[in-house]
Design a protein around this ligand. Structure first.
Ligand SMILES: [Zn+2]
Ligand SMILES: [Zn+2]
Length: 85
């Protein structure tokens, strides 16, 4: 029986799909139904910071949405302010 790569005293129950390391339940994290070990989680987090291209579309969409809401709010405020005595 194989043991966890990070805990030699614990039995390995899963295999990291990224580096193929055998991991125990406490070392195994599921992302989108795929097992990831601690090292790969760190690597994934680091790559996310360096490459925000994958999330850029939703990021831009969020900015556009907030700016649109801000403009709408400003328009309502301006119209309301001009109408109010
Ligand atoms: Zn891994
Ligand atoms: Zn472990």
């Amino acid at each position: 029986m194989r043991t966890c790569q990070f805990h030699p005293d614990r039995p390995g129950v899963g295999i990291c799909m990224r580096c193929r390391a055998v991991v125990c339940p406490s070392c195994c994290t599921r992302i989108d139904g795929v097992n990831h070990c601690h090292a790969c989680l760190k690597a994934l987090a680091g790559s996310d910071d360096k490459r925000p291209n994958r999330r850029s579309s939703s990021f831009v969409a969020g900015i556009i949405l907030s700016v649109a809401w801000l403009l709408l709010f400003a328009l309502c405020w301006l119209v309301g302010g001009s109408i109010a005595p």
